[in-house]
Design a protein around this ligand. Sequence first.
Ligand code: NAP
Length: 246
Amino acid sequence: MLALVTGGAKGIGRAISLELAKNNFDVAINFNSSEDAAKDLLNEISALNNQVKAAIFKADVSNFEQVEKMFDEIKNEFNAPVQVLVNNAGITRDNLIMRMKIEDWENVINSNLNSAFYCVKAAIREMLKAKYGRIINIASISGLIGNPGQANYSASKAGIIGLTKSIAREYASKNITANAVAPGIIETDMTRKMPDNAKDFILKQVPAGVTGEPEDVAKAVAFLASENAKYITGQVLAVDGGLTMC
Ligand code: NAP
């Protein structure tokens, strides 16, 4: 079965691509700027599991034309429909609202939220034909509880959660599930960019007391992509060391 991971060459996306390959999924790995990392990952996957096929696809997923072209390329390469879609691509452009540029608001919404809608729109017909689909959207705890300095990011991630629940309601009867995974603070380039005081402030509120690893998120995604999760849809699974429990 074929899985597509957007932004699948680095950080959390890379861990998801590896975990899905480990679980015997063929993997289409999307990248935008990280071409070298994508090529390295292909070698790693073939060393890990030579029973699966993996290939890399360059596209800016915030652009619908590029998304459509990527889906055509994936179909030509694998001759199979994307049955597991992981919308992982995302960026931050943090600032307080009064200093946030319109451009930073729009870029974050385009890259984090519109991209997911574009990929779902491009994937859904084939999933319906195949009578099988697993859509997993990477949200964030910021989309659940907000975060000062991240109005754009939090809005995009709250939007991802609304999108996920709507997909779940539209397609639950068609054997297509849609779930979101909401990571807390995970060690990647994205969080390495955060000021230490902002990271420490959040970390103090994490019951587990430590940051998470990309693999923690990847394992949750692999579960939701599996047959074992067939009766789970429209859910938000927080992978956050207990930060957002209610
Ligand atoms: P990262 O290391 O900065 O990676 C971001 C990924 O998104 C890269 O692979 C990048 O691809 C891709 N990307 C961004 N814009 C893209 C576009 N327009 N088209 C295609 N790919 C694009 O960050 P990360 O921590 O792994 O983040 C992965 C996801 O987890 C994001 O959705 C993020 O919001 C979410 N998340 C992360 C954390 C955390 O603590 N790290 C917490 C909550 C949620 P290229 O490098 O090829 O451009």
